[in-house]
Structures are given as structure tokens and as C-alpha cells.
Design a protein. Structure first.
Length: 594
């Protein structure tokens, strides 16, 4: 008997706290959640861990700070190794996600990468989730954007770090969502969070950068037809939802090992897999409008450049002469009856490397080629701004064989640091390479609907095809086909032209329009309204494509609803994170109140 212990002769055997007056009952320890990871205890507060794991267990009056130093160091080393393994797994998942995009195009890896990030962030702290997101995002973007190394590997890494920063709130948000109280809705909220990440990254900063959207890895997958209903955001959402559902199924199965009721866990896993399969095949039921209201015969001229890379322009007039000569040869073939005469001809971006309105020789050569083929030609040219000295316009100009140059479209979204330099005066002092962009491109202010001969086409210049609103506004303004004038000579044979070609396929289905690409050095292509690539050229060859292009007047559901689906999905993702923060804060306040 210990000193100070009182006895009661009438007392029976020791019972529960409820059996002994004056004793407060002790709450039974709640079992760990079924989907908790094996190392969840390592991240739990000390008071919530099993007694055997508490540093102070069995040592009254001692706290964690008094733990022997060798023991603390071993524990910290163990945690560091665990986090290093998780970071390495995240990096591997980032590389796998990059392989889902062209030129590799293994689209199922996009689903697997989404599922992996959900699993790696489940049950972690917010800080750990944020780091895991960055650890996945950085190798993903470095591998995806390696084509930028022709400018410099520092440019590739710098842009990749900037883009990977958006994966920090994504990873942290996935942690918060994994704590929400309705498990079967967590995959939906997590998929919406992926759209929120793409929404912001596509717009900020400097108009955003859209490379790396899940939709652009799925331009030839079962998800692709969903673009006709909700554009690229809906495709991304379906991919993300499939991945998060598969992650939920994996967690349910893992919970069976941790002692969760087997029938319930099996039902949860089976249900998640069934819904994921339904989402995957849902796109196959979406009708893609392809019926033509009219048709037009076109020719695409790819004149080629002297050499790839930053110095593709070569000597003045070289690129222009390539396109002029190829067009004159086309006219000879038409006259000889070898090729049917087209209704219009399309030249690529920068086909004229000199301003035809400032250099008479350039004007004369273009006029010679247009009169030789004797049909309107859409000419890509760089033109000095008429009123703002020092600025240049990237234009598509309709050149008529009788009246000469007429209507034009000016690129609305110049590429920052490629076609203009933000904060030029400040940055050029430290980054001398920016001097290779001597003049800033001035943005246009209207869509590219142009009448070229019998066709009303929508002109989109180069990277603009990656921005939803530019292409959508052009179609809604009356374009019956989409023309992409591009110059990928800088990034030839790096995989970038293939990535851009994949975007053409998505835009064709999204808007129910044929997409025609005219590239200076390749890849020029003809894409049918159903996304089928009917013709394409090789890179760094001079070539001419001829085709009969369907013209359509009808619009898709995606054209009519515009950006509404993207806004709704992004807001759901953000609000789910906000709800998780509020619920977590209330839970902590309730614990303190007790």
C-alpha cells in the first residue's frame, strides 16, 4: 500500500471510473482513421500519440527538450530520411507527368501522377504538402520545357521554378482537403483544386503561361471529346478527377490493412474505381460536330529557314525569298495542271523578315508571289508600329493579287521576354541576353477574323493557340476555320512543335473547326474538326500542303458557355480549402475549450 492511499472496507474490486464517485471518466482513445498512413503518428502532436511513443512517457517532470541528444538525433535522422524518400517519389512523379505530354504522349501517366500526388500529400502537414507539391512541379516543368534550353538552361530552370511555385499551394491544398469530413467528396474537391492551380497559372504573371495543363497531355485520349462541352478546363478536370478517385481507392484498400471494416473499405474502393472508369469513358459519348456548311481549297507554304536556333533569320530577305520561290513553284504546278488551284494561300508567321511597308524590295517580292498564284495570300510579317516609335507589330496581312495589302490581324498576346521585355530598363542591366530582343512587340486589340478570298478564317498567331479566350473569341466572332501562323524555328527538333501540334487537335474538337497550321520551318499541319491530323510536314524542309477544308458556322457548347465551367470548378477548389481551414480552426478551439 502506497502512503496516502485510503481504503474502504465495503469497496469491491477496482472498476471503471464511472464506478468510482468523484473520479472523472477517461475518454477512450479513438482508433486511427482507416486511411491514415503508416507514419501518421510521427506527425501527430505528442499528446495524441500512443503512450509508448511519447518522449515524456514514464518520466514524470521531463519534457521533450530533456530527451537524450543521441535519441533526438536518431529520430530527426529517421524523419529526414522519410521526407527525402517522399521528395524523391514526388520528383519521379513529376518526370512521369512530363512523359504524358508530346513528344512522348503517354497520356495515362497524367492520371497516375495526379493520383500519386494525392497519396503523397495525404495525412501530411500543410508545410510537408507544400514542399511535396514543389518537389513534383520542378522536375516536371524542367523536363517539359527543356526545349527552352536553346535560349539557355538558366532560362529553362528559371521559368520552371516560377511555374513550380504554383504547385506549392496545390500540395498544401490537397493536405487540407484530405482532412474534410465527407470522404467520398474529397476526390471531387481535389480535382477542382487542380483547375484552380491551372486557372491562376494561365493568367499570372504577364498574362500567364499555359504549358503543362493536364488537357494538353490528353489531346488523343478518351477524355478529349469533353473539350466540346467545357473546353480544356473540363478535360483537365476529368483527368484530375480520375486520378483523385484512384487515390481514394488506394487509401481505402490500405485502410483494410490498418483494421478498417473490410466490407466498408472494399465498397469504398470499388465505388471509387467504378466512378473513375465512368469518368474516363464519358467523353466517348460526347458528339463532336464535324458536318461542313461549305468548303474551301487552300495551300500552306512552308518556306523553311537557314538554320534552327536563335539565329534562324540569317541574312535579310532569305526567309522571304524561300516563301516567294515556293509560292511561284506552286503557281507553276497549278498552271501545268499538276495541282488544283487553291482559293487562298497561307504563309506562316515571320514569312517576311522585313517590313514590306518600309522596304520596297520586300513589298515587290511579296506582290510578285501573290500575282503569280493569283489568289489572296495571308502573309505573316513584322511591321513597324505606325505611331509608336521603337515598337513592332506581329501581323497576318491579307494580300490581294489586284489590290495589294488589305485587312490585317495583330498578335494580341506577345510572349514576355521573347517578344517584349517587362521592366526592360531594370532587368537589362543584369541580364545582357535581353538585348537580343531589341524592340518590344505591341499587342493587338481585336480578334483575328479575316476574309481571305471566299473564306472567313480566324487567325491565331503562334503561342496564342494555347490561350482559351483568344481562340474562343475568334470563333465566336465568326471564324469558320482556325489558322495558326507560327514560327517554331527557334525550337526546332526540341519537342516544342509537337507540343503545339497537340494543342491544335484539342482546339479543333473544342470549337468544331478545322485547324490549319502554317509554320516557317515546321510542323505545318491540317487538322480536321474531329481532331484527326490529316496532313503534316517534316521539320526544316521546304514544303507545300494542299487540302480541301470544311467551313462551319455552328458553335459548340464550349463556345457558348465560355469560361464559366473553369470559374466554377476553380472556385469550388478554393472554397473547399477555405472550408477545411475553418473546420480545423473550430476543432482546435473546441479542444482548448475542453
Amino acid at each position: 500500500m502506497h502512503p496516502g492511499t485510503e481504503t474502504n472496507a465495503d469497496a469491491g474490486p477496482p472498476g471503471t471510473a464511472e464506478d468510482r464517485p468523484g473520479k472523472r471518466p477517461k475518454a477512450a482513445a479513438a482508433p486511427p482513421p482507416a486511411d491514415a498512413p503508416a507514419d501518421a503518428d510521427a506527425d501527430a502532436p505528442a499528446a495524441a500519440r500512443p503512450e509508448r511513443d511519447r518522449p515524456e512517457a514514464g518520466r514524470p517532470g521531463r519534457d521533450r527538450a530533456e530527451e537524450p541528444r543521441p535519441g533526438r538525433m536518431r529520430r530527426l535522422a529517421r524523419l529526414a530520411r522519410r521526407e527525402a524518400r517522399r521528395s524523391a517519389l514526388a520528383a519521379v512523379c513529376g518526370l512521369a507527368l512530363a512523359l504524358a505530354f508530346p513528344p512522348y504522349g503517354v497520356w495515362p501517366l497524367s492520371v497516375a501522377a495526379v493520383a500519386a500526388l494525392s497519396l503523397l500529400t495525404h495525412g501530411r502537414t500543410v508545410r510537408q504538402g507544400a514542399w511535396t507539391g514543389f518537389a513534383m512541379g520542378l522536375p516536371f516543368f524542367v523536363f517539359l520545357l527543356k526545349w527552352l534550353h536553346v535560349v539557355g538552361w538558366d532560362a529553362t530552370v528559371g521559368l520552371s521554378i516560377l511555374q513550380a511555385l504554383y504547385f506549392i499551394p496545390l500540395g498544401a491544398g490537397l493536405v487540407l482537403i484530405s482532412r474534410l469530413p465527407v470522404p467520398w467528396l474529397r476526390p471531387l474537391w481535389a480535382a477542382c483544386l487542380w483547375i484552380a492551380e491551372e486557372f491562376v497559372r494561365d493568367r499570372v504573371p504577364f498574362g500567364g503561361f499555359t504549358w503543362g495543363r493536364l488537357a494538353f497531355a490528353n489531346t488523343g485520349s478518351p477524355y478529349t471529346p469533353l473539350a466540346a462541352l467545357g473546353g480544356a478546363p473540363l478535360v483537365s478536370f476529368a483527368v484530375a478527377l480520375t486520378g483523385t478517385l484512384l487515390a481514394a481507392a488506394a487509401l481505402a484498400l490500405y485502410g483494410m490493412r490498418g483494421g478498417a471494416p473490410r466490407p466498408r473499405a472494399a465498397l469504398a474502393a470499388g465505388g471509387s474505381v467504378a466512378v473513375a472508369a465512368a469518368v474516363t469513358v464519358a467523353g466517348l459519348a460526347v458528339p463532336i460536330p464535324t458536318a461542313a456548311d461549305d468548303a474551301v481549297d487552300i495551300a500552306i507554304v512552308q518556306g523553311n529557314v537557314q538554320k534552327p536556333g536563335m539565329d534562324f533569320l540569317g541574312r535579310p530577305m532569305k526567309i522571304l525569298n524561300n516563301h516567294v520561290n515556293a509560292t511561284i513553284d506552286l503557281a507553276k504546278d497549278v498552271k501545268a495542271g499538276r495541282i488544283k488551284k487553291p482559293d487562298l494561300v497561307i504563309w506562316p508567321e515571320n514569312a517576311s523578315d522585313l517590313d514590306p511597308f518600309q522596304y520596297r524590295e520586300a513589298y515587290a517580292r511579296i506582290d510578285e508571289a501573290v500575282k503569280a498564284i493569283n489568289v489572296p495570300v495571308l502573309v505573316g510579317a513584322l511591321v513597324d508600329h505606325p505611331t509608336k516609335q521603337g515598337y513592332v507589330l506581329n501581323q497576318g496581312i491579307v494580300w490581294d493579287p489586284r489590290t495589294g495589302p488589305g485587312a490585317s490581324y495583330t498578335k494580341q498576346h506577345p510572349v514576355p521576354f521573347g517578344e517584349y521585355v517587362p521592366f526592360r530598363d531594370q532587368l537589362s542591366k543584369f541580364i545582357t541576353r535581353l538585348q537580343r530582343v531589341p524592340r518590344d512587340f505591341y499587342p493587338g486589340h481585336h480578334s483575328g477574323v479575316l476574309r481571305v478570298g471566299p473564306a472567313r478564317l480566324g487567325d491565331v498567331i503562334c503561342f496564342e493557340v494555347a490561350y482559351d479566350e483568344i481562340v474562343r473569341d475568334t470563333v465566336n466572332a465568326g471564324a469558320r476555320m482556325i489558322v495558326v501562323q507560327t514560327n517554331n524555328a527557334t525550337y526546332g527538333r526540341t519537342g516544342q512543335p509537337e507540343q503545339q501540334l497537340a494543342m491544335y487537335r484539342l482546339r479543333a474538337i473544342e470549337h468544331g473547326r478545322a485547324v490549319v497550321s502554317a509554320a516557317t520551318s515546321g510542323i505545318s499541319a491540317v487538322v480536321a474538326p474531329d481532331g484527326t491530323i490529316e496532313q503534316q510536314t517534316k521539320e526544316f524542309t521546304q514544303d507545300v500542303l494542299t487540302a480541301r477544308i470544311p467551313l462551319r458556322d455552328g458553335t459548340t457548347v464550349a463556345d457558348r458557355v465560355g469560361a464559366i465551367p473553369e470559374w466554377v470548378l476553380a472556385m469550388v477548389g478554393v472554397l473547399s480549402c477555405a472550408a477545411a481551414l475553418v473546420i480545423g480552426r473550430r476543432g482546435r478551439m473546441d479542444e482548448k475549450g475542453q
